[in-house]
Design a protein. Structure first.
Length: 192
């Protein structure tokens, strides 16, 4: 298990647009987001870091959505080398964990590159103007560590955003499995 940190895209970055299919082939466009906060999550099915937080993440995202946050997850791994991340398996994973948000497939990996996504999970919270206000870890828990999964880092950012309070710019990178880039497709910010 290689521990890859998120790249920490600069705060204030405008939400990179996308048009991606979900696991059933239905298209979803970022142009359909309302003037409300948006949470974009890069995850996958097989990563131990994602599996470690997914139950809590699924519950937390329902709470965020109830507060008006629009949520989407994106899977960008090379499914030829990692068939456990195929759209069919994405559907199983989403149903198993009761996802209340679209789970999209970034086959070209161009959307991951636009976000400078590096690992799973990699989380991006945008304000109602779709400017990046938080990127980093869900919380400090990791597989094999005796720290409970709470989602406190992301939840604090969401709550501050919804309450009109400032969000600390001291943010901790997420740690996870690196995105599985297709041969010859890894971006220049990828260092593994």
């Amino acid at each position: 298990m290689v521990n890859t940190p998120s790249t920490m895209l600069p705060l204030g970055t405008q939400l990179p647009g996308f048009d991606l299919p979900d696991y059933d082939g239905k298209m979803h466009s970022s142009q359909n987001f309302d003037s409300k906060p948006v949470l974009v999550m890069f995850i996958c099915n097989h990563c131990p870091f994602v599996k470690h937080i997914v139950e809590n993440l699924s519950e937390r995202t329902k709470e965020y959505q109830a507060q008006g946050v629009q949520v989407v997850a994106i899977m960008s791994n090379d499914i030829d080398k990692y068939p456990d991340d195929s759209p069919e398996k994405m559907k199983e994973f989403a149903e198993q964990h009761n996802f209340s948000f679209p789970y999209l497939y970034d086959e070209s990996q161009e959307v991951a590159k636009a976000y400078h996504a590096a690992c799973t999970p990699d989380l991006y919270l945008f304000n109602p103007d779709h400017e990046l206000v938080y990127r980093g870890q869900f919380d400090s828990s990791r597989p094999g560590k005796d720290i409970p999964v709470t989602g406190e880092d992301l939840t604090n950012a969401v709550e501050n955003l919804m309450d009109g309070e400032p969000i600390s710019t001291k943010q901790t990178p997420s740690i996870g499995c690196n995105i599985k880039w297709k041969a010859g497709n890894s971006p220049d910010y990828f260092t593994n």
